[in-house]
Design a protein around this ligand. Structure first.
Ligand SMILES: NC(=O)N[C@@H](CC(=O)O)C(=O)O
Ligand SMILES: [Zn+2]
Ligand SMILES: [Zn+2]
Length: 432
């Protein structure tokens, strides 16, 4: 029998320390500290002073397999996820070939299962080839062994309102979720950075806030009339928060995510000319970052999603305009959330559980993730040392790529252990 005793942890960082016995994939017993002896077979995790949370769920990950295994694989990305405290990730469809059919989504799903470090849920493309012209066979992907429940053309916006309307209507019939990369392409053609003073001074074409906000507003209206749910990827502007607040106030079924980098970094980074800071949507202004934090604390933005986007060295170590957008996120997400939300007093550990685990699990409809830390619940767990610190070094991360914007930074909080259905998938920064 696979047994683990976690000794002396604080559930959600609250109350008295407890011992937690994990057996047969579930939380079997919870008692006061020192009450649960380790059985013969049990592995013991000494967790004095540590915070026990439900395992994190990432609604937005790029694992690059199939097609760009030189930058990330399902195995390497799963390792990064497990080390980062994740027990489930949603792998975006912008692979090569695109995940727009049952064969590709089943491949991703099966490779995830074989790897076994984290539940890998493939996201299906909304349109064939992410081309925005014809709807993909959403029903076939939903009905496949992969059981696809989230659809997105991420990397591209479903810009055609008629296609988006149809996708939302189908999604309701299928009981699945459409996640939109909100970027009006007519407003971002040639864009290199957040439209503002800094980009103007450097001569970069701007990516205006209105390109995001106009699509979010349009999609909320479409979702309302279709009676559909809508999820907004990587929210980055104050105006989008205003639109979300308006839509939620009307009872429109919209949810939204913010990335760790949009909670911390601004377009001040442009001054470095380092394309590691190039990302879609772009790093925005200080006022936007401040608003992201408050909106996440207040629930207008529901959750954190990494938009983990590995890229090869040659696609990042080049001139700004030629570089691909995107940055790593899985192993640094918790630390950035602690730095921006916990250390600032905006969220307590219950709040961290809500935005990193419970809400994303609810949004995607995962019944066994983001569950309460109670006896009988599945043992999908993240154990966090809140007082430890670490220094980020890209090449030391589990990802094949190293494009982290946090290189050399000292960050708070370390994921000490991750358990997937009672099995230790990562411990002290290493697999298993
Ligand atoms: N975020 C990014 O800058 N890049 C993502 C695509 C995306 O999320 O839009 C990628 O796939 O590299
Ligand atoms: Zn995107
Ligand atoms: Zn993305």
């Amino acid at each position: 029998m696979n047994e683990v005793v976690i000794r002396g942890a604080l559930r959600y960082g609250e109350g008295d320390p407890v011992d937690v016995l994990v057996a047969d994939g579930v939380i079997a017993e919870i008692g006061e500290r020192g009450s649960l002896g380790a059985g013969d077979a049990a592995e013991v995790i000494e967790a004095d002073g540590m915070v026990l949370l439900p395992g994190f769920v990432d609604l937005h990950t790029h694992l690059r397999e199939p097609g760009r295994e030189d930058t990330e694989t399902i195995e390497s990305g799963s390792a990064a996820a497990a080390i980062g405290g994740y027990t489930a990730v949603f792998a975006m469809a912008n692979t090569d070939p695109v995940a727009d059919n049952a064969v590709v989504v089943e491949h991703v799903w099966r490779r995830g299962r074989e790897t076994g470090l984290v539940d890998v849920h493939p996201v299906g493309a909304v349109t064939v080839g992410l081309e925005g012209k014809r709807l993909a066979e959403m029903g076939t992907m939903a009905g496949s062994a992969a059981g696809v429940r989230v659809f997105s053309d991420d990397g591209h916006c479903v810009a055609d309102p008629l296609l988006m309307r149809r996708a939302l209507e189908y999604s309701t019939a299928l009981g699945v979720l459409v996640a939109q990369h909100a970027e009006e392409p007519r407003l971002t053609s040639g864009a290199q950075a957040h439209e503002g003073e800094r980009a103007a001074r450097l001569g970069y074409a701007g990516w205006p806030a209105s390109a995001e906000e106009s699509i979010v507003a349009r999609d909320c209206v479409l979702a309302r009339h279709a009676g559909a749910r809508l999820h907004v990827c990587h929210v980055s502007t104050t105006g989008t928060v205003d639109v979300l607040g308006w839509a939620k106030g009307l009872g429109i079924a919209v949810s939204a995510e913010v990335t760790p980098h949009h909670l911390l970094l601004t377009d001040e980074r442009l001054a470095s000319f380092d394309p590691v800071n190039k990302v879609n949507p772009p790093l925005r202004a200080e006022a936007d970052v401040e608003r992201m934090r408050v909106a996440l604390a207040e629930g207008v933005i529901d959750c954190v999603a990494t938009d983990h986007a590995p890229h090869a060295e040659q696609d990042k170590d080049c001139e700004w305009a030629a570089a691909r957008p995107g940055m790593l996120g899985l192993q640094t997400a918790l630390s950035i959330v602690v730095a921006t939300m916990v250390r600032t007093g905006l969220l307590d550990w219950r709040g961290v559980a809500r935005v990193m685990s419970e809400r994303p699990a609810e949004i995607a409809g995962l019944p066994d993730q983001g569950r309460p830390l109670e006896v009988g619940e599945p043992a999908n767990l993240a154990l966090v040392d809140p007082d430890a610190e670490w220094t980020v070094h890209g090449p030391e991360l589990a990802s094949i790529s190293a494009n982290t914007p946090y290189e050399g930074m000292r960050l708070p909080a370390v994921v000490s252990a991750t358990l997937l259905r009672g099995r230790i998938t990562a411990r002290e920064g290493k697999i298993g």
